[in-house]
Design a binder for this molecule. Sequence first.
Ligand code: NAD
Length: 418
Amino acid sequence: MSEQANPFESLQEQIDDAAEYVDAGDDVLNRLKHPERVLETNLSVEMDDGEIEVFKAFRSEFNGDRGPYKGGIRYHPNVSRDEVKALSGWMVYKCAVVDIPYGGGKGGIVIDPDDYSESELERITRSFAKELRPFIGEDKDIPAPDVNTGQREMNWIKDTYETLENTTEPGVITGKSPDSGGSAGRVEATGRSTMLTAREAFDYLDRDIAGAEVAVQGYGNAGWIAAKLLHELDANVVAVSDSSGGIYAEDGFNPVDVKDHKNETGSVVGYPGADEELSNEDVLTLDVDLLVPAALENAIDGDLARDVRADVIVEAANGPLTPEADEVLAEADTYVFPDILANAGGVTVSYFEWVQNRQRFYWTEQRVNEELERIITAAFDNLVETYERTGAPNMRTAAYVVAIRRVVDAYEESGNWP
Ligand code: NAD
């Protein structure tokens, strides 16, 4: 994995690439390349041994032209100001590409959560929630889970906020557990939009998803659900990996069995049904029909892209390809269906959760999945129409053209003030 690519610079390059296809002034486009504000805070938290430890944390509110800021909270040692800024920008364009009424935000704590007990993580999370309190709210900024955070952390943040505000406001955060106001279908949503994007992509390219060989990098929430749902479409998931390494089986895996093994042992590696073990890099460069990067950003840089042999890439992770990798893959006629569409299921079902929270009326999982399918397929159709009409060099640029147009329209309709 490249250490050099700065995700914030990647985001800015992606906007520049799309700018030539969007009829808007440089001043307006320049506005879209920087966050409106970034909170940087140092959390002082008491550890189980009584010592105080300080954790750096961020929240970036990138753009609110189309609605409240929306985006996840990540716990990872590599969290940085620039990473959070980039991720918050991608959220703006993701919400716009699927046309849901949000802007973009993102947050994170610089931490390896494996090093802390559950009670320490609770205090760290509640401390962050206290710092976030003036900024968040169901009409202001609505956090959600990201890498290494989930329902547990969302429930803590909701409880901290509601206690401090002396209110009930479940829509202040999404990705909660069902009993705390979470939506049916939220856990599967990101993998589901990845599957839907892959299904539509193969249909668009006149290829069969049934029987297609698939490699999935990263076997967390996004990756494993994508693998499971692709398997349900009869795709052949031949390789998967996690941070410990990869596995390969010529006849394909049953993703549920691999997940059970990971739950028991902590990794996909060692799964008894595998023909062989692979390195993470091998999984990314396998000769497959479909590659799904579902780990972290910058997984494929320009050098590695030269070795990628997949015909189609559908990005479940945020920013897994550097701009240089995009160029290399476009030259090689590899179709890349971008993150801001393919993993938009997470934020789309977060939007459904927020709607349900505000109405205090909850939907069935079937309704959630049907509404998600409607939104993702409509966004896909709009994307390929834009790609063909504008002559954009790749699907990512076309997706940014759609998204930037919508953000610019909202901004220009509101006017600049003060
Ligand atoms: P997760 O923590 O559940 O899973 C991440 C997985 O990636 C783990 O299996 C980990 O072992 C693996 N991994 C880490 N480094 C790796 C490497 N070098 N090679 C192979 N595997 C590696 O996280 P997640 O929620 O699945 O998120 C994954 C990506 O999807 C992130 O980019 C995240 O921003 C994006 N995403 C997630 C959601 C969501 O709803 N969960 C929504 C939108 C986007």
